[in-house]
Write a protein that binds this ligand. Sequence first.
Ligand code: NAP
Length: 295
Amino acid sequence: MINRLCIIGVGLIGGSLARALKQANACNEIVGCGRDQAELEKACDLGVIDRFELDVAHAVAGADIVVVAVPVSAMASVFSAMAGHLADNTVLTDVGSSKGSVVIAAQQAFGEVPANLVPGHPIAGTEKNGVDASFAELYQGRRVILTPLSDTRPEAIKTVRNMWQQTGAHVEEMGVQHHDEVLAATSHLPHVLAYTLVDSLAQGEVQAEIFRYAAGGFTDFTRIASSDPAMWHDICLANREALLKVLETFSGDLAKLTEAINNADSEYLMRVFKHAKAAREHFAESTVPNNQSSN
Ligand code: NAP
């Protein structure tokens, strides 16, 4: 049982965590914090949080666990605002989509990465944002990746692991850099491709025709281009190094495919398409189907 949970950033991710923990009767009290009073009042009215504070230092007072669920570009300022106000036994975690940038932000704000900080990332989400879009089942059956450092306190890891398990999530651990490389390939690259495809087609001369005749494939492939532009701007810059690596590999593969189409190289095209189909089918069999993003 968590006595007091503090969530900084009661949006889709923070709000859904609060709802899930309330549904599981896992907390005595949930304190929300953000910049917009009206949104926090709404979160109280919806029963997502019990009360709120607009000041980060006041919000974290007496909390057993503090979850920072703000955009990755705001992590540094939120960490700075709580530095010197966390109790020794308060466990700190976050939900940011890139982990290296969060560790650097913590190092700068606290002088060193606190031993009670357990960086985390729920692999669950939707293309919507804000507390209105939050729902208790978001993490059910989904993965949450924790990226503790070598000197992170084992009890802190256990506390954060237990918290996520109560939402129905499966918790895994991996290194910070490994997380950022894997997520660059599986989440950040697909979002960049979806945004670029829609933007590119929306600028073309035949754009009205394209969107009028858009079939299921186009809709499926581009759904994630409806995600919050500000959030994805932040993620692309926060995970720039790993994203650039996968973009370079992908651009090379696309150039080879372009060349094969130019040369009517049937063998190459069939090899790529057959390999992709087999890999996709293998992947589909081993995962639970859903229509959520996995940022
Ligand atoms: P969201 O719905 O827009 O919520 C963000 C919340 O942060 C808002 O409640 C906002 O409230 C608050 N906030 C923003 N700047 C703040 C600041 N400087 N100080 C205090 N509060 C601040 O976004 P989200 O989708 O929940 O994303 C939150 C985090 O989860 C991001 O780091 C993202 O990378 C990560 N994530 C997102 C997904 C996804 O699919 N959406 C999945 C996994 C992880 P105010 O405007 O009132 O301050």
